[in-house]
Design a protein around this ligand. Sequence first.
Ligand code: C5P
Length: 242
Amino acid sequence: MQPHERIIFPLDFPNAKEAKKYIELLKDHVGLFKVGLELFVSEGPAVLKTIANIAPTKVFLDMKFHDIPETVSAAQKAANVHGAEFITVHCDEGPRLLKAVVDTVSNGTKILAITVLTSLSEEDFKDIGISNDLQDPLKLVLHRAAMAKNANCSGVVCSGREVKAVKEKFGKDFIVVVPGIRPEWACVKDDDQSRITTPFNAIVGGADYIVVGRPIKTHHNPVEAAKKIEEEIAEGLKKRRN
Ligand code: C5P
């Protein structure tokens, strides 16, 4: 995999027209485009064809499924037709839900389990009702990653602060996608991310892919931002090998 192919760019835009601008701009500089709630709710599955028509890149369908197993399994059945590289499901509702999605995949899509959102910090854990013994992000991520592994998920989404421990515990083939990426030069206004890391540190820790949105999207030159991140990834890979 080339360094830039490890970059996942989230198409966090209100409509296909806006998204198209960035797909055209970044198609040779990132590995995957991620379609999440905003774009999917506004444009529906047609937006996946829009992406395919512009760029032969893979698509990450970030559905963050979270419902009863029967409902989520039916949604995955409907999603099979889209041939996405990755689809996401939350860990919070336990292994039965994860298994229901994994068992419904019929077209090679890899299921990634969301462990603990990178926007959450230790202070949030009490408010959501996480038990005292799991109020350390690393412990909770490892607990949920074990659940995902047992349910035969292809990997997990976690922060760059936990990626090393996840790789050590679950092996290099267990895919880890890291969002909450903030290069040192990035300047994100009113940032909601909490457990952040640089591209370099996430890659050194073992991340297979990094999700980078606003540092690229809000940069005065998005292509230049993507190239800078690509260089950091290359440096990180060198360091990882040594
Ligand atoms: O880099 P930036 O913060 O703009 O990235 C935002 C994107 O990362 C959103 O599409 C969001 O859904 C995604 N994300 C994620 N998992 C997290 C945190 C953010 O997929 N834990």
